[in-house]
Design a protein around this ligand. Structure first.
Ligand code: APR
Length: 259
């Protein structure tokens, strides 16, 4: 990546008043959390993430899907925020108004210091009943990795004895309306949107950078690969988030701590 491009991007960031940082699985890749479109590795390598993340999969084999999400929760629990997450929190702390909108179901933005990121696709840490929707407690941490397609029977709801499901948005399900509304509102009011580590393929989340562009914001993209969001991005910073974002923060404000 050219230094000049990062310097110019940093100058834009330093001048922006209202900033939205929109993130996807790529921001957590360097923390060891696999992205969706990467083949699953290790013990779950024979499964297709996009097939497990559906209401049909849970209906057909609840223990398989619950076991997979418990494995993911365990993976995230062991992971640490990377310099990309830390830089996102620094941007949020530095700009006059900063909002983080994430498609990720991990909690690495929060653990890096972001304040109340908007989770468009729910959370691994908020299970609820699949029948009556009451929140359910998180099970105790798995003593051993629930790997190799290991089925784990989901807990039963304390209110109606329905099956507890992960509090995430599956393919074909509606996004939480309050989160989507807040994200659209922030995107339509911002002057700079930085999209990080998302393939831009999954709707309606992928609309968020497009909303910002339509309302006249500058769109900056951080991704090592080309994506459909290249079409709306005014600036493309091609590279991994954990390298590009700290360089961007450095270019915007130098090494100083946020005031
Ligand atoms: N830094 C930045 N970007 C990266 C990195 C990295 N180190 N590594 C990979 N990427 C990019 C890839 O090039 C790709 O464009 O991250 C993107 C990951 O794409 P997806 O796996 O499709 O993840 P995401 O866009 O978050 O998926 C959206 O789809 O599966 C559903 O609900 C799930 O929230 C998810 C949604």
């Amino acid at each position: 990546m050219e230094q000049r491009v990062v310097r110019e991007a940093g100058a834009m960031l330093a001048q922006a008043r209202r900033v939205v940082v929109f993130t996807g699985a790529g921001v957590s890749a360097e923390s060891g959390v696999p992205t969706f479109r990467d083949a699953l590795t290790g013990l779950w390598r024979s499964f297709d993430a996009q097939r497990l993340a559906t209401p049909e999969a849970f209906r057909d084999d609840p223990a398989l899907v619950w076991g997979w999400y418990e494995w993911r929760r365990d993976t995230v629990r062991r992971a640490r925020p990377n310099p990309g997450h830390v830089a996102v929190a620094a941007i949020e702390a530095r700009v006059p108004s900063g909002v983080v909108v994430t498609q990720n179901v991990d909690d690495l933005h929060e653990r890096a210091g972001s304040v109340a990121p908007i989770h468009l696709h729910g959370s691994l840490f908020a299970p609820r009943c699949s029948a009556c929707a009451q929140p359910a407690p998180l099970p105790d941490e798995a003593a051993e990795e629930p790997g190799d397609g290991r089925r784990l029977a989901p807990p039963r709801c304390a209110h109606c004895a329905g099956l507890v499901r992960p509090g995430v948005v599956w393919f074909g399900e509606a996004l939480p309306s309050a989160a989507l509304e807040a994200a659209v509102e922030a995107a339509s009011a911002c002057d700079l949107l930085v999209t990080v580590g998302t393939s831009g393929l999954v709707y309606p989340a992928a609309e968020i950078p497009q909303v910002a562009a339509r309302f006249g914001a500058t769109v900056m993209q951080v991704n090592p690969q080309e994506t459909p969001l290249d079409a709306v991005a005014d600036v493309n910073l091609r590279g991994p988030a954990a390298e590009v974002l700290p360089a961007l923060v450095q270019a915007a404000w130098g090494g100083a701590d946020p005031a």
